[in-house]
Design a protein around this ligand. Structure first.
Ligand code: IVH
Length: 726
C-alpha cells in the first residue's frame, strides 16, 4: 500500500505509474475541494500560491503519463459548479481562465510559443497589452440593444449563476449603453477597494456579523447575496477587460476595444499599456508591482494579451485557457508597502514590543496593516546575538518595506528598499521610557527586549496582570473573565488583584452596587461574590502562577510550590537572595564566584527546572516595592494551601499497610483512600509482606501478629505525623 503512495515533494520524474495514478487521484480531490471552498463558499482553504503549485504538479504528472489523465482532470476545470440558490445561465461563449507565468522565462517562452504557432520570426513585430490582473471575481454582462439583460458569474466556465439583480446595484455597471452593438457581452472583474473593504468589515464587526478575510472574499460574498438589497449596500466596483458574444466587432485591437468599452461607459484599468515584446512586458510587470500597494485595490499579477484581435482569433483556445493571453503572477506571500509608523505596545510582563503600521496591502490573501518588528535590535538590523540581519539595513518610518507571511503567523518585515528611503528618514529612536506609564524601560543583560519597570503602576501591565490573574489556570473565578475585569479596571473598581477580594465590601451594598451595574443583577452579583469567596482558599502553585511574574509559568510555579511549600518561605528566600552578592553580580563569571556567599540564591537556582534566569526574574520582581506590597496585600487576604506531597515523595510510597481497630480522626475508608493516594497498598490481613500496621483502640489479633513478625506499628496520631496531616 505504502509503496503506491507518494510523498508530496517526491520528484515527478521518479514516479511509478501506480504512484502517478494515486497522486492524480489525490490532486483531483484536493483541487476539487479547494475549488469549492474558493468559488462555491467564498472561503479559500489554501493559498493561491499553493493552489497554483498543486495545479502545476497535476499538469506535470499528466504530461509524463498522458494516458493516466482523468476524465475529470483538474486541468480541464475552471472554478466550481454554480451554487444552488441562483438561477443558472449557460454562457453563449465559455468564460475562460488564464494560463500562469511565474518567472520571467515563462513570459519569454509565452512569446516564443506564440511566434512558433503563428509562424513568425524573432524579428517580426508583435504587440501585447499589459494590464493588472484584478483579484476579484469575473462577471459577464449581456446587453441587448444597449440594455443590460443579464449578468452571470463564471461558475464552472460553461454555466454560471444569474446575478442580474445584484449586478444592477453596482454603480460601475451601466444599465444602458448608447452606440453599442445590438448584442454585447462585456466581461470583467467585480472587486472591492481597500477602504470599502475596511469599512465593510468594521460594520460587520459592529453588527456581530462575520468579517471577510480579504477584499476578494468580501466582493464574492457580496455579489452572491440572494437578497439584492444586501448587495446594494455593499460597495462593489467593476473593471471591464474583455467580452463574450458580439453581434459586431468592437475594434481591431485589444487596446482599441478597451477604449471602446470605456467610451460606452465602463471603467477600464488606467494602467493598461502596449508592449512590443517580452522585455517591455517584464519592465511593465516591475512597474505595476511597484504600484501595487498604492492602487487601493488588490491585484495579483499582470495579464499580457496579444493586441491584434485577428491574431487572437487565429491563436484561439486550449481546453480552458486562451493561447493569446497569460497571467504573470506576483509572488504570493510577499508584498511591498510603506511603513507609516512604529508604535510601541506594552505587554503584561512589561515588554515593549514595536509594531509596524503599514499602508494596508494584501499578502497571501489577507490584508496586512500591521507587522511585528520584534525588538530594537531587529529594527536596527541586528539579531539577538549581534549578527547583522537584512544585510545590516535598519528600518525607518517612511521606508518601503517588504512584508511576508509564513503560514498563519504574524506578518513580518522581510526587507527594506534603501533606494526608496525618503531623504528625511531618521534611524528609529527606541523609547527608553514606557509609553504607557513613563517609567524607565530597561534591558536586562542578554535580553533582547526592553521592559517597563512600572509593574502594577503601569496601566498596560496592570490590566494584563488582572486578566492573567483571573484566567483559567490561575484563579479561574466564575463570572469574572477578562472582559469583566477590564471593565472593572476601566471604572476604577479594581486596580490590583487584592481589590477583587474587597469587591463585596465595597460594592455589595451601599450607594454604588454591583447588582445595579449594566449587565449585572441581584443573582449574578451574589453569584460573583460567592465565586470570589470560593477562591479565598487557593493552591500555592496557582497563587504563584497567577502573579504573572516573568518566566514563572505553570510548570515553574508548581516546582516552586513543591520546593518551598508556602508563600512565606518562597518570599523570604527571594528576599534573602536579593541581598546576596550573586544577585548583584555584573556577569555570569562574577555570579559563579559569589555562589558560596549566596546560600539563598544557590538554593533557588539549584532547584531542578528553576535556574539563573528564572531566579533573577523572580527575585527582581519581588524586590520591586510597590509590586511587592500589592502581592503582600493579596496574600494577606487568602488561605494559600501547600501542595499535596507527590506520591513518590511520600514515606509510605510502595508500602503495604494494614489498618486495624477504631480510627478516631477519620473513617477507615478515608484512611485507606489517603494511604493509596500516597502510593501505599492497603491490605486486610497482616502477613510477612506487611510493612506497617496502624492500630486504633480495640485492635486485637492483627496487632499481635504484627508484633510476632516484627512489623512496625503506629497509633493513629503516629500515622498522621508520618503522612504530615495531623
Ligand atoms: S482576461 C480569456 N484580464 O483572472 C481570458 N482576466 O486567472 C479571460 N482577471 O477568469 C480573462 N484581471 O477573472 C483577464 N485584466 C484581466 C483580469 C482577468 C483579473 C481574472 C479573470 C479570469 C482570471 C484568470
Amino acid at each position: 500500500m505504502w509503496g503506491d503512495t507518494v510523498d508530496e515533494r517526491s520528484d515527478i520524474e521518479t514516479l511509478t505509474r501506480a504512484q502517478a495514478r494515486w497522486e492524480l487521484n489525490r490532486l483531483a480531490h484536493v483541487l476539487d475541494r479547494a475549488n469549492t471552498a474558493y468559488h462555491g463558499h467564498d472561503a479559500p482553504e489554501i493559498s493561491d500560491a499553493e493552489y497554483d503549485r498543486l495545479k502545476q504538479r497535476n499538469a506535470a504528472i499528466e504530461a509524463r503519463f498522458p494516458d493516466l489523465k482523468r476524465a475529470d482532470s483538474p486541468s480541464d476545470k475552471v472554478g466550481a459548479q454554480p451554487a444552488a440558490g441562483f438561477g443558472k445561465i449557460t454562457h453563449r461563449q465559455r468564460m475562460m481562465s488564464l494560463g500562469n507565468a511565474f518567472e520571467p522565462q515563462d513570459v519569454v517562452d509565452f512569446d516564443a510559443g506564440i511566434r512558433r504557432y503563428l509562424g513568425l520570426g524573432a524579428a517580426d513585430a508583435l504587440a501585447y497589452t499589459a494590464e493588472p490582473k484584478i483579484d476579484g471575481l469575473s462577471l459577464s454582462l449581456r446587453y441587448e440593444d444597449g440594455k443590460l439583460v443579464q449578468a452571470a458569474t463564471r461558475g464552472d466556465g460553461a454555466v454560471g449563476e444569474n446575478v442580474t439583480k445584484n449586478a444592477r446595484t453596482i454603480t460601475d455597471i451601466p444599465e444602458r449603453l448608447s452606440g453599442a452593438p445590438a448584442i454585447l457581452e462585456v466581461r470583467g472583474e467585480v472587486y472591492m477597494s481597500h477602504p470599502d473593504f475596511a469599512d465593510l468589515n468594521a460594520r460587520q464587526e459592529q453588527a456581530g456579523a462575520r468579517t471577510f478575510a480579504n477584499p476578494r472574499n468580501a466582493a464574492a460574498g457580496s455579489l452572491r447575496q440572494l437578497d439584492p438589497d444586501v448587495t446594494a449596500a455593499r460597495p462593489l466596483r467593476f473593471f471591464a477587460y474583455g467580452w463574450g458574444e458580439l453581434s459586431a466587432p468592437l475594434a481591431e485591437t485589444q487596446m482599441q476595444a478597451i477604449g471602446r468599452l470605456a467610451e460606452l461607459g465602463f471603467q477600464t484599468n488606467p494602467l493598461t499599456t502596449l508592449c512590443d515584446g517580452p522585455d517591455a512586458m517584464l519592465a511593465r510587470y516591475v512597474e505595476i508591482e511597484a504600484q501595487r500597494a498604492m492602487l487601493g485595490y488588490d491585484i495579483d499579477g499582470v495579464v499580457y494579451k496579444i493586441d491584434d484581435l485577428g491574431l487572437q482569433a487565429r491563436l484561439g483556445y486550449r481546453s480552458t485557457t486562451p493561447r493569446w493571453a497569460i497571467a504573470h503572477k506576483f509572488p504570493a506571500e510577499l508584498a511591498w508597502t510603506r511603513l507609516e509608523a512604529i508604535d510601541i505596545q506594552v505587554g503584561r510582563t512589561g515588554a515593549l514590543s514595536p509594531v509596524a503600521r503599514l499602508t494596508p496591502v494584501t499578502v497571501g490573501g489577507v490584508v496586512v496593516a500591521n507587522a511585528t518588528l520584534h525588538n530594537e535590535d531587529y529594527i536596527a538590523g541586528r539579531s539577538a546575538s549581534g549578527e547583522t540581519i537584512r544585510g545590516g539595513k535598519d528600518i525607518r518610518v517612511g521606508d518601503w518595506v517588504q512584508v511576508y507571511r509564513a503560514g498563519d503567523v504574524i506578518p513580518k518585515i522581510a526587507d527594506v528598499d534603501l533606494d526608496q528611503r525618503p531623504e528625511n528618514a531618521e534611524p528609529y529612536d527606541f523609547p527608553q521610557k514606557c509609553p504607557e506609564c513613563g517609567s524607565d524601560a530597561i534591558r536586562e543583560e542578554g535580553d533582547a527586549v526592553r521592559r517597563c519597570t512600572g509593574g502594577l503602576i503601569c496601566p498596560a501591565q496592570a490590566v494584563e496582570k488582572l486578566r492573567h490573574f483571573v484566567s483559567r489556570a490561575a484563579f479561574d473565578i466564575e463570572g469574572l473573565g477578562a472582559k469583566q475585569v477590564e471593565q472593572f479596571y476601566a471604572d476604577g473598581w479594581i486596580a490590583e488583584p487584592a481589590d477583587i477580594f474587597t469587591l463585596k465590601d465595597r460594592y455589595g451594598s451601599g450607594l454604588q452596587q454591583l447588582k445595579n451595574r449594566e449587565g449585572w443583577g441581584e443573582k449574578s452579583a451574589a453569584n460573583l461574590f460567592a465565586a470570589i469567596d470560593d477562591k479565598r482558599r487557593i493552591a500555592l502553585e496557582r497563587f504563584i502562577f497567577a502573579l504573572g511574574l516573568r518566566h514563572v509559568g505553570e510548570v515553574a510555579a508548581t516546582t516552586l510550590a513543591r520546593h518551598f511549600m508556602s508563600w512565606g518561605a518562597l518570599a523570604e528566600a527571594a528576599d534573602r537572595a536579593a541581598r546576596e552578592p550573586a544577585f548583584s553580580a555584573p556577569d555570569a563569571k562574577a555570579r559563579k564566584a559569589a555562589l558560596p556567599d549566596s546560600p539563598a540564591w544557590s538554593e533557588m537556582t539549584g532547584i531542578d527546572g528553576i535556574g539563573d534566569v528564572l531566579t533573577e526574574a523572580l527575585v527582581t520582581a519581588l524586590a520591586q516595592q510597590r509590586e511587592r506590597a500589592s502581592i503582600d496585600r493579596l496574600a494577606g487576604m487568602l488561605e494559600i494551601e501547600p501542595p499535596a506531597p507527590r506520591a513518590a515523595d511520600s514515606p509510605v510510597h510502595g508500602k503495604t499497610i494494614v489498618f486495624t481497630g477504631t480510627l478516631e480522626k477519620m473513617t477507615r475508608a478515608e484512611a485507606k483512600a489517603r494511604a493509596e493516594a500516597l502510593g501505599a497498598k492497603v491490605a486486610g490481613t497482616v502477613s510477612a509482606r506487611t510493612d506497617l500496621v496502624v492500630a486504633g483502640p480495640g485492635a486485637g489479633s492483627k496487632i499481635k501478629k504484627a508484633q510476632e513478625l516484627g512489623i512496625e506499628t503506629l497509633d493513629e496520631d503516629g500515622w498522621l505525623d508520618l503522612i504530615g496531616r495531623a
